[in-house]
Design a protein around this ligand. Structure first.
Ligand SMILES: Nc1ncnc2c1ncn2[C@@H]1O[C@H](COP(=O)(O)OP(=O)(O)OP(=O)(O)O)[C@@H](O)[C@H]1O
Length: 270
């Protein structure tokens, strides 16, 4: 995954091993759409090729540093900007403003639909995913059995992935992402799909990854997953960073916010 060449110079004595630096980052989606038109205005607009533009400020002026070996949970309401932030960390979306430094090899498990080619078999996708993740063919060969065993797809591993159920797809995506030996692992709601047995297995595997002192970002709506797996947490609300700190503290502040509601809540409450 991309590392920036221009790294801000920090005196060696002060510098711990930086994994990710997010500096005043914003992302604005611009979507064009037809405003619900009357038939007449639709004709007029169509003639002129006019479309309305809606801007969504999904992430706004967010800054934070994360050192290697840290596990960070990202929490916040629907639409808070969590997945957008993860896509930027993964290098899938460039920020509209600000800059992101990523130091190390990144492996991502983002929302369904990213990464696999549905016309290829599971086996072929594992190879492609491995190559895209920066592994050599030999390394992929060595890891293949482990990945296939973890995903428990049996004969389906040689079937085109379009024939997979969403749970099967998710199992393979998870197996690939966690077995890439990444320096930085990005996981977006991995535990939301899949059956109970797989959820347990995935949680155990994530604990193992955490145990190897890798850097991990985890988006989850489950306070329990964040508490169990993450030392730190970042709370986003309407694209803004509300709080970053030990995950227990951030969870507590977020829960309080959910209880009292946005209007009654002030940052002094934190
Ligand atoms: N491709 C897109 N085009 C336009 N707007 C988008 C796009 N993707 C997300 N958004 C908007 O950006 C905002 C942030 O979305 P994002 O998916 O990052 O939130 P989230 O915190 O991950 O939400 P959730 O918990 O529901 O998954 C939302 O208002 C969403 O509607």
């Amino acid at each position: 995954m991309s590392s920036v060449s221009e790294v801000t110079q920090v005196p060696a004595a002060k510098r711990r091993d930086l994994a990710v630096r997010v500096e005043d980052v914003s992302l604005t989606y611009r979507t064009t759409f037809e405003r619900v038109p009357t038939f007449k205005t639709a004709l007029v607009r169509f003639g002129r090729g006019e479309r309305a533009v809606k801007e969504v400020h999904a992430v706004q002026n967010v800054s934070f540093d994360v050192e290697h070996g840290t596990t960070v949970g990202i929490i916040g309401a629907n639409g808070a900007g969590k997945s957008t932030l993860m896509r930027m960390l993964a290098g899938i979306l460039p920020p509209s403003k600000g800059r992101i430094e990523v130091h190390g090899r990144v492996s991502t498990l983002l929302s369904l639909g990213v990464g696999f080619n549905p016309t290829l078999s599971g086996r072929e996708n594992v190879v492609l995913g491995g190559l895209a993740g920066g592994l050599s063919r030999k390394e992929i060969q060595e890891k293949y059995e482990e990945i296939a065993a973890f995903a428990e797809l049996d004969d389906f591993i040689d079937m085109p992935m379009r024939t997979y159920s969403s749970g099967m797809y998710q199992r393979l995506a998870f197996a690939v992402a966690v077995n890439m030996d990444p320096d930085i692992l990005l996981i977006d709601e991995a535990l939301s799909a899949g059956d109970a047995k797989f959820k347990q297995k995935a949680a155990a595997k994530m604990k193992e990854v955490v145990g190897t002192a890798r850097t991990m970002f985890l988006v989850s709506h489950s306070a329990a997953s964040i508490r169990d797996l993450c030392e730190e947490a970042i709370w986003l609300h309407k694209g803004k960073l509300m709080l970053r700190g030990p995950s227990a503290d951030v969870n507590a502040a977020y829960n309080k916010f959910l209880k009292v509601g946005e209007d009654a809540f002030s940052l002094e409450d934190l």
